[in-house]
Design a protein around this ligand. Structure first.
Ligand code: KDG
Ligand code: MG
Length: 403
């Protein structure tokens, strides 16, 4: 079954998404997510200018061979841009394979290991009152697990705080990145009080998560983890910059608070040490940024051997196609832990018609063939791309810091 076309659509229904559409001679069409927040056009160009010519005429059924051809064949391995591009091809080919078989992708991955996928939502607030309202909203909707973030007193902007609705919290587009001021001392004083407050208000019957977003030093993270122990967190996410795997040895030796990291990983080599030395509890690699279903499966299989569970990134800068693909993997793998879930902004529904469904704190990918997402290119054309950047952090003295 030869590939006859592979085209990239960049669209912004609520926020920017890059979608790869692969067509075959039999008329079966597959879609893949190629969105890399703030670097969208780099992936679009990789796909259009460098990968498309390699796809035309290839057999769409040969997923593993195509993955290796694109990965090993480029010589320049890894990197977020290359791995996101390969991921989009891989997702589209799994979508096609499912449609040929007339089966949802999770059936091709070995079938369901569970009835639904436990998800966590994002509660946030400028004040504890607002945060409490946000937590309550998630509880009322049936969520069993909630990430809690609140504004750090003394800082103008804090990561993860929604201006209005709890669904989106990143700043609006601008021609240059917004610059925020960060102070780890203020945060470290505040974070244990935040989690303690939520436990006092809501008790221990809900799983709590918190994202430190890569900003601490290993010893600061060790102290925070130890202080959070009485509150029995589901996890403390991204305590330190993710590329330093060895840093987790120090954190781990000081705290039993479960640790999660991986939303910026793009390869199994980014977490080999973390997994094989059992330095983390959850690996957060995403299907879009870590080489697609084919590569994420390998990461999760390695993690399974070492008792590390999955907790895939699922922020709204990953498209609904990515979430669908994640749900198929989540449903199938034995070592699933939890899935991040932020519903997409409403215009996205006009472009991506999804088959996944939420019920009582769990998501299910649906039972349609393939990934179960229909991509409407005519609707996509109504939402033109708007360049935007993620923010940049500076310390109070002006030094650039991790965001
Ligand atoms: O594009 C960056 C976001 O995906 C990231 O800031 C979200 O940390 C994040 C999370 O845990 O969802
Ligand atoms: Mg995060």
């Amino acid at each position: 079954m030869k590939i006859t076309d592979a085209r990239v659509v960049v669209t912004a229904p609520g926020r920017n998404f890059v979608t790869l559409v692969i067509e075959t001679e039999d008329g079966v069409v597959g879609v893949g997510d190629a969105t890399l927040n703030g670097r969208e056009l780099a992936v679009a160009s990789t796909l259009t200018d460098h990968i498309r010519p390699l796809l035309i005429g290839r057999d769409a059924r040969r997923i593993e061979d195509t993955w290796n051809y694109l990965y090993k064949g480029s010589y320049w391995r890894r990197g977020a841009i290359a791995m996101t591009a390969i991921a989009a091809v891989d997702m589209a080919l799994w979508d096609i394979k499912g449609k040929i078989a007339g089966l949802p992708v999770y059936e091709l991955l070995g079938g369901a290991s569970r009835d639904g996928v436990l998800v966590y939502g994002h509660a946030s607030g400028h004040t504890f009152d607002v945060l409490d309202g946000s937590v309550q909203k998630y509880l009322d909707t049936g969520y069993k697990a909630i990430r809690v973030q609140a504004s750090v007193p003394g800082l103008d902007h804090t990561y993860g705080i929604a201006a209005g609705s709890a669904a989106t919290y990143e700043p609006a587009s601008g021609s240059l990145p917004e610059e925020d001021v960060w102070d780890s001392a203020l945060y470290l004083d505040f974070a244990p009080r935040l989690v303690s407050h939520v436990r006092e208000q809501f008790g221990y019957g809900v799983h709590l998560l918190h994202d430190a977003h890569h900003r601490l030093t290993p010893i600061e993270a060790a102290r925070l983890g130890a202080q959070l122990e009485p509150y029995r967190m589901w996890w403390l996410e991204d305590p330190t910059p993710a590329e330093d795997q060895g840093a987790f040895r120090l954190i781990r030796s000081h705290t039993a608070t479960p640790l999660a990291v991986g939303e910026i990983f793009n390869s199994i080599w980014d977490c080999q040490q973390l997994i094989t030395e059992r330095l983390i509890d959850y690996v957060r690699a995403s299907v879009t940024h870590a080489g697609g279903i084919t590569h994420l499966r390998r990461i999760f299989a390695l993690a399974e051997l070492y008792g590390v569970r999955t907790g895939s990134h699922g922020a709204t800068d990953l498209s609904p196609i990515s979430l669908a693909a994640a749900l198929h993997i989540d449903l199938a793998v034995p070592n699933f832990g939890i899935q991040e879930y932020m519903p997409h902004p409403s215009p996205a529904e006009e472009v991506f018609r999804t088959g996944y469904r939420f019920h009582d704190g769990y998501l299910h990918p649906g039972d349609g063939p393939g990934l179960g997402v229909e991509f409407d290119e005519v609707a996509a054309a109504r939402f033109p791309y708007v360049p935007r950047y993620l923010p940049v952090n500076r310390l109070v003295d002006g030094t650039v810091h991790d965001w």
